[in-house]
Every structure is written in structure tokens, then in C-alpha cells.
Design a protein around this ligand. Structure first.
Ligand code: C5P
Length: 225
């Protein structure tokens, strides 16, 4: 069975992209495969946690022993997180949530016609920042972990996210670097917290193990069993 160091812990993970409809046949999205978040969910379940995975559209199979809730849009993801978050010990936001959505999706397929060149966008809810605003600093608050996929100034941006979204840890990776980021089976990340900076490289399962190893003592200190 391996070590069950997350036994009795309730873990909520988001993964994959979101899809924001333009019209019934088109959407705004990104190339997230969901692999990193699924790895965190699978490894947490293997280590004994009760895991709920809120997933955007992916080609991946449900990890065994994990409750999977499938959603499409950022707003659906936010609602699914809201209904699953009671009593959670740990939230891992690995989803590549679209920051914007088309403001007024068309009910019918858009036609090519002059004057239709502009897509008006609206912000989506920031799920992780919402949890940070609600929980951070509270005694017994859940541990909050975010991801930061960046193309430049990776560590500085991760530090900004750590503060801005009030989370305990930001897992930062450089998109476009060899062996890291969207789609692949390996990743190279930096774990950025208020006090430390650690680098991890390997399969997404190995990276998931290392993220959970980092979280474990924080969880035990915050919510002693
Ligand atoms: O601000 P940015 O999108 O780069 O932040 C990435 C982190 O915030 C990820 O952990 C992601 O899951 C989370 N996020 C979210 N809701 C959003 C946007 C990002 O939970 N609308």
C-alpha cells in the first residue's frame, strides 16, 4: 500500500483547461493537458487522502480512487469547487483557468460578416484568490497551493501570486522550457513559499510526490490530527 501519510485528509484538486464559449461551436481555451493536476490527485489518493478532482475537459482517464467532477467553464469550475470545499484540508489549484470569457456568447453559430471582428471579453472568477481571501490567516485554514505557468521572470511572478492570492505555496514552471509545462509527462518546477525555494525535476508523478512531501508538515502543523 505504501505510506498512508495523507490518510483522513480531504483534498480538492482542480486540473485541466477551461473552455469559454464564443458560440455553440467555438471556444476560448488553452493547451493544458491536465496531467500535472491528475498526478497530484492520483498520488494524494494513493497516500490515503479522500480526493475530489474538479477537471476541465481533458483526454485523461479518471484516476482510481478519486471522485471526479467534470466541468467546462471557469464559472462551472468555481461552482464545483464551492460545493466540494466544505471541510477540505488542502486545495491544489493546478487548473489552467481561463482568465477571460467572451462577455456574451452567441446563441447561434457566428457568420463571417463585416463588423463581427471584435470579441468582447469579461473576467472570470479567480477561484484560488477567492479561497485565499476567505481562508488565509485563519486558524485551521486549509493549505492553499497554486500553480504559475510563466514564460519569463518565473520566480518573481510566482512570488507575486503567493502574496496576491494569499496561498501557502506556488508551484512555478517555465512554459516552453525543455522537459517542462503543457502536455508532456515530465515537469521542472520551483516550489515557491514565503520562506523557501526548492527545485524539482522529473515525471509529473515524482513532482506530485515532492509537492505533497512539502505540504505534509504544513498540513500537520496547521491541522494537527
Ligand atoms: O493568475 P494566474 O492565472 O497565472 O494564476 C494561476 C493560479 O491561479 C493557478 O493555481 C490557477 O489554478 C489559479 N486560478 C484560479 N482561477 C482563475 C485563474 C487562476 O483558480 N480564474
Amino acid at each position: 500500500l505504501g505510506r498512508q501519510d495523507l490518510a483522513g485528509r480531504k483534498v480538492l484538486v482542480t486540473a485541466g483547461p477551461t473552455r469559454e464559449p464564443i458560440d455553440p461551436v467555438r471556444f476560448v481555451s488553452n493547451p493544458s493537458s491536465g496531467k500535472m493536476g491528475y498526478a497530484v490527485a492520483r498520488v494524494a489518493a494513493r497516500r490515503g487522502a479522500q480526493v475530489t478532482l474538479v477537471s476541465g475537459p481533458t483526454a485523461l482517464e479518471d484516476p482510481s480512487g478519486v471522485e471526479v467532477v467534470r466541468v467546462e467553464t471557469a464559472e462551472e469550475m468555481a461552482r464545483a469547487v464551492e460545493s466540494a470545499q466544505a471541510e477540505m484540508d488542502l486545495f491544489v489549484g493546478a487548473a489552467a483557468v481561463s482568465d477571460y470569457r467572451p462577455a456574451a456568447p452567441a446563441a447561434h453559430k457566428l457568420k463571417k460578416k463585416p463588423g463581427e471582428e471584435t470579441l468582447v471579453l469579461a473576467r472570470t472568477p479567480d477561484i484560488l484568490a477567492g479561497l485565499g481571501a476567505r481562508h488565509a490567516g485563519r486558524p485551521g485554514a486549509p493549505v492553499l497551493v497554486g500553480f504559475a505557468a510563466e514564460t519569463e521572470e518565473v520566480i518573481a511572478r510566482a512570488r507575486e501570486k503567493l502574496k496576491g492570492k494569499r496561498c501557502d505555496l506556488v508551484v512555478a514552471n517555465k512554459v516552453g522550457a525543455p522537459g517542462a509545462g503543457f502536455g508532456g509527462d515530465t515537469n521542472r518546477v520551483a516550489l515557491v513559499s514565503a520562506a523557501e525555494l526548492a527545485e524539482i525535476e522529473g515525471t509529473k508523478d515524482k513532482v506530485a510526490e515532492a509537492i505533497l512531501d512539502w505540504i505534509l508538515p504544513v498540513l500537520d502543523a496547521r491541522r494537527p490530527r
